[in-house]
Write a protein that binds this ligand. Sequence first.
Ligand SMILES: Cc1cc2nc3c(=O)[nH]c(=O)nc-3n(C[C@H](O)[C@H](O)[C@H](O)COP(=O)(O)OP(=O)(O)OC[C@H]3O[C@@H](n4cnc5c(N)ncnc54)[C@H](O)[C@@H]3O)c2cc1C
Ligand code: FES
Length: 280
Amino acid sequence: MNKIVAKKILAQKIKLIEVFAPAVAHKALAGQFVILRVDDKGERIPLTLVDWDPSKGTITLILLEVGASTEKLGQFEVGDAVADICGPLGIPSEIKPYGLVCVVGGGVGTASALPIVKAMRQAGNRVVSIIAAKSVDMLILEDEMEKAADELFIATDDGTKGQECFACDMVKILLEKGYKFDVVYAIGPTIMMQTVAETTRPAGIKTIVSLNPIMVDGMGMCGACRVSVGGKTKFACVDGPEFDAHQVDFLELRKRQAAFLKEEKLAMLRLQEMGRRGHP
Ligand SMILES: Cc1cc2nc3c(=O)[nH]c(=O)nc-3n(C[C@H](O)[C@H](O)[C@H](O)COP(=O)(O)OP(=O)(O)OC[C@H]3O[C@@H](n4cnc5c(N)ncnc54)[C@H](O)[C@@H]3O)c2cc1C
Ligand code: FES
């Protein structure tokens, strides 16, 4: 069992939790994730390590409530405990001196982008951060990004904050202004990562995305997280989750992400039904 020691609501349906998990906190690196089970009957859900504090033995996770497991976790309060946490998992981000680095975070993907921004800056890079959301009330970690990055640009779909555009348009605007990025990181909804990849492709800018296929074991054995990269089969949990964006088969990824929509809807209906009855 891993106890929740702090909780914050960042935006509608987006929550931050700090969880006691000393073994994970001691080994975590930017780009890695954990797989947790909310309760002992729960499914295994991957969540990115946003922050970690080895001295306190805690890790910070940020979740967007999209279905039964994340809704349940979102209802947990300080003092409640999740059944188990496995990690850190995945290959850490390749942090090295590149020069000018652009890190794009879309929606809850901004949570995964933050540790990369911090690590890239620590490695001596100049870091430009773009955070994007549908609207100002869905924008997260603005203050933290402002502090962590050298420059911050904000994009909202509806223009309620920053530039009224998508994340990929913001990248395009900066490229047209003359920013010469040595590497671009894009983390967020699959469509956002794909459009950023298409924006940087013509200029041949190295672009890395953090893929979010359905995962089960997180150990490279079940095959659930299979993705195609450069025509080769990769398992995102052990070969990734970060890959060369220009090599990823995004169409296949989107199809596989939607493979269990019927079951996910049923799980959500069951959870709502339980809530109405007040017991399982
Ligand atoms: C490496 C990685 C890191 C992630 N980091 C974060 C994060 O930091 N914050 C965050 O809010 N979300 C993150 N996700 C996505 C998160 O795991 C899913 O939103 C969650 O599992 C959904 O479960 P659910 O029961 O609430 O929703 P469901 O109704 O079961 O599913 C909703 C959608 O979430 C996706 N999904 C469902 N089950 C899984 C699963 N086992 N693995 C991956 N995706 C799934 C599917 O696309 C599905 O259509 C990450 C995913 C991966 C692969
Ligand atoms: S989650 Fe099972 S192989 Fe990656």
